[in-house]
Structures are given as structure tokens and as C-alpha cells.
Design a binder for this molecule. Structure first.
Ligand SMILES: [Zn+2]
Length: 285
């Protein structure tokens, strides 16, 4: 089966934003192409407070999440984002571990507002950049294990970790197993983790994550019913939908190599994300 034809919800999309944001007509064209060429019927798109109005009410297939600055913005901002139409909050680059006491009010507000909490987990791109330097952050603050306490304190909160915790996949899989409310998105074989020179059409080489994930799948540790399709692409930037030409084969090939069942493939691309988003009050048709 060609995975391009599978019906999809993309749970991890960044808003290109700023000067790169295109006019509404271009956005509609991008969304149409994603739907027709790649089967992507809905997209969860992360935008900051400054950029949120560029996606709110702009397209019915865009599901907005607030990309919060967790050290600068307050729980009140989360409540406001809910009123504005967001269904979740994206967390990344904390100044302390995700499970620090000081951050708990943010998660408490997400739970109160029935919003999904989506966390970057794993080693983060952009080392040496001014923002990360200023925040004195560390990928260690974003290890999957830092979500363990969050999951225990807020069992009612839907938690999604990104990238299956790259490269701490086994940690992520263990959390999936023991926490009813913790899920991971499967964006592990995409842009951050391979070199540009590896972008060869039709190539069949293994990707860095694939061997580890295959092992976790074969031992029964990787829970595919709790793993979600996410592209980690950026909407409306230069390469446009071309990103998906790169992403989808690199998602399909490891899945086929692992030998997922058809039901697992459908859960990954559609069913599980639909269930979680509907629980957060978002209608998916
Ligand atoms: Zn991302």
C-alpha cells in the first residue's frame, strides 16, 4: 500500500510564520495539496502568541495549538488560547526540567481547559542559537522521563511527546506502556536527524531511528496504538508541500520494514489522533 493514499492527521506541524507567512489564498492552496496529494486531511499547527492570529479561523483543516513560551507566559495565557480556539499547547525549551514544580500550574491549566499538552522530547535542534543560550536550556530537561511525573500528577491530561524521545526511544516506550495518558508522535526520521546529502529520491537505506524502533516493536515495547503520525514540517515555507515528498517515504519505509499490521498503520495515521483531538473537543469528520 502506498502510504500517500492513507487518510492522515498530521499531529506535528510548525507554522512558518513571520515574513514567510503567505496570504490566505496560498494557505488554502497548501492545504488542498496536502489533502489531495498526501492524504493529510487535518493538521495540528503550532503558533506562538505573536503568530496565532495568522492561523486562527484561517482554514477548517488547521487545528491550532499555542506554542507557549513556558518561562514567560502564564496559565492565564493558556485559558485565553482556549477561548481563542486552540485545542492544545506545545512545550519546548524549558529553563528547568519539564517536571519542575514551577511548571505544574501550566499543565494544571491545560487539564482544566481540556487541552492536549504536546512536548518536544529528546535532543533538540538549534544548539548554539541565541535563544537556547539565553535560556540555558538542555535536552536533558526534555528527556521523555521528565514527563513521568507530569503523567502521574495529571492523569486526566492528554500528553504527547514528540519524536518518540529521540534518541531515548526505550524511555519513551516505557512511559507509553505504564501511563494511560502518554502518547508519542513518530517524527523521528525527518529533517532534524539526517543530512541534506541523504535526500536521495527512492533511497532505501535505514534511518537512524529505524533500527532502534524495530527492536522495540519486535519486543512489544513500542505501542503503536499510542504512536501518532507527525511530519515535523513547517507550513507555508519555501519548500511547501515538497517537504512531504521527503517525509512520507521515510515514514513508510521503516514501517514496512518493521511489518506493522494494517490496523496499526491506520491507528498511527488517523484513529488515535482523532480520538485524542475529539476528547479535547475538536470535531474530526
Ligand atoms: Zn517540531
Amino acid at each position: 500500500m502506498d502510504h500517500r493514499k492513507a487518510r492522515k492527521i498530521d499531529i506535528h506541524v510548525h507554522w512558518g510564520g513571520g515574513a514567510r507567512a503567505k496570504a490566505k489564498e496560498d494557505l488554502a492552496e497548501q492545504m488542498r495539496l496536502h489533502r489531495e496529494e498526501y492524504g493529510i486531511e487535518k493538521m495540528v499547527v503550532f503558533a506562538s502568541s505573536a503568530e496565532l492570529d495568522q492561523i486562527l479561523d484561517k482554514h477548517p483543516d488547521i487545528i491550532p495549538f499555542l506554542h507557549i513560551d513556558m518561562d514567560e507566559e502564564s496559565p492565564g495565557r493558556i485559558a485565553e488560547a482556549r477561548r481563542q480556539g486552540c485545542y492544545g499547547v506545545k512545550f519546548i525549551l524549558p529553563m528547568r526540567r519539564y517536571d519542575d514544580d514551577g511548571y505544574l500550574p501550566l499543565y494544571e491549566e491545560c487539564a482544566k481547559q481540556n487541552m492536549i499538552a504536546l512536548f518536544h522530547t529528546g535532543v533538540v535542534a538549534g544548539a548554539g542559537g541565541e535563544k537556547q543560550r539565553h535560556k540555558r536550556t538542555s535536552s536533558d530537561f526534555m528527556r521523555p522521563s521528565t514527563l513521568d511525573r507530569v503523567g502521574r500528577v495529571f492523569p486526566e491530561l492528554t500528553i504527547i511527546g514528540a519524536h518518540i524521545g529521540y534518541p531515548w526511544y526505550n524511555e519513551a516506550a516505557a512511559l507509553q506502556r505504564w501511563h494511560k495518558n502518554i502518547y508519542f508522535d513518530g517524527s523521528t526520521a525527518q529533517f532534524h536527524y539526517v543530512n541534506d546529502k541523504n535526500r536521495v529520491p527512492g533511497e532505501t537505506r535505514q534511518f537512524p531511528a529505524a533500527l532502534f524502533l524495530k527492536m522495540l516493536y519486535q519486543t512489544g515495547d513500542l505501542h503503536l496504538r499510542k504512536t501518532l503520525f507527525g511530519s515535523d514540517t513547517a507550513l507555508c515555507v519555501g519548500r511547501g508541500t515538497g517537504c512531504m515528498d521527503w517525509c512520507l517515504p521515510r515514514t513508510q519505509q521503516p514501517i514496512e520494514d518493521m511489518g506493522w499490521t494494517q490496523a496499526e498503520v491506520e491507528d498511527f495515521y488517523w484513529n488515535t489522533s482523532k480520538t485524542l483531538l475529539e476528547k479535547a473537543g475538536c470535531t474530526i469528520e
